[in-house]
Design a binder for this molecule. Structure first.
Ligand code: ATP
Ligand code: MG
Length: 269
């Protein structure tokens, strides 16, 4: 079982989109996949077509709610929310993750709550080939749990200087946190998303990334596969279907499938 966590410190760059679609593709490749929504916005949960207001729905919050006994994973995991993807399960997200942040702020081992939960229930989680965790753009303690648990952190960027800065800030803050936690470096990739080939800025951006001394750290992590801007991707989220089901022949799907191939070839996943 491998754990992949998507992160960066800039919002709206495609973390949730990639978590959703990479999860879809891996499950179609016959891997057993669990996606975990660690973002209080619950975007990934919406994409998976789960109604977050459903009575009695257990969510990621229940892992972090230290005032109650943690749930049994059998009850926590939502099995196959997308009919056509029987290999894809989910732990839903919740607005209450905001409360979790306050509750765990001052307890011992606050960054290890998720890792401990996964370890405590190793027999259950070992049924999965991949756990994919979505985060929001912050270095919150809830997110640090997801970064600490990760075998690979994948940074995501759109075509903007702010997104480069967001990734570099992430690297700096996580290096500081993980050293205190005695964790080896686990950032394994840097993904460029939302690339618009018709736009000269996109080409200039890539040139800068590939040549500037200021971006040497990101260059080492950069995937060759670039994900284009593709309206089919946005549509597929509205339809609550991964792009590989919604439109297998779209450019967006092609690129994300190539990215998965590249990750497998590089043994990142
Ligand atoms: N390559 C793309 N082509 C078209 N639309 C895209 C692409 N990537 C992302 N989007 C759209 O952009 C929006 C933002 O993407 P997403 O929600 O994945 O970002 P995020 O990094 O998870 O944001 P946040 O930081 O708020 O969690 C979504 O509506 C998504 O459908
Ligand atoms: Mg998101």
């Amino acid at each position: 079982m491998k754990i992949l966590t998507f992160g960066t410190l800039k919002g709206g760059v495609g973390k949730t989109m990639l978590c959703f679609n990479i999860g879809g593709i891996l499950s179609q490749l016959d891997y057993k996949v669990l996606v975990i929504d660690g973002d209080l916005q619950g975007n990934l949960t919406n994409n998976m077509g789960i109604d977050r207001t459903r009575e009695g729905l257990l969510t990621t919050y229940d892992i972090y709610n230290i005032d109650e006994q943690q749930p049994d994973p059998e009850a926590l995991v939502y099995r196959s929310p997308i009919d056509r993807l029987p290999n894809l399960d989910m732990i839903a997200g919740s607005i209450f993750l905001h409360k979790a942040e306050l509750k765990i702020a001052s307890v011992a081992g606050r960054e290890q709550i998720l890792s401990n939960y996964l370890n405590d229930h190793r027999d259950f989680f070992e049924q999965y080939d991949y756990l994919l965790i979505d985060t929001n753009p912050s270095m919150s303690i809830v997110n640090q749990n997801a970064f600490l648990a990760a075998d690979a952190i994948l940074l995501v960027s759109d075509v903007s200087m702010n997104a480069i800065e967001g990734a570099q800030l992430f690297i700096a803050l996580w290096e500081d946190a993980r050293k205190r936690l005695r964790r080896e470096d686990n950032i394994r990739g840097f993904i460029i998303n939302d690339y618009d080939a018709r736009n000269k800025i996109s080409a200039d951006f890539l040139e800068y990334l590939k040549t500037s001394p200021d971006t040497a750290d990101l260059r080492e992590l950069l995937f060759e596969t670039i994900i284009p801007r593709n309206v089919r991707i946005t549509e597929s989220e509205l339809a609550a279907l991964p792009i590989s089901i919604y439109d297998l022949r779209s450019k967006g799907c092609d690129a994300i499938a190539s990215l998965v191939d590249e990750m497998l070839a590089r043994h990142i996943i």
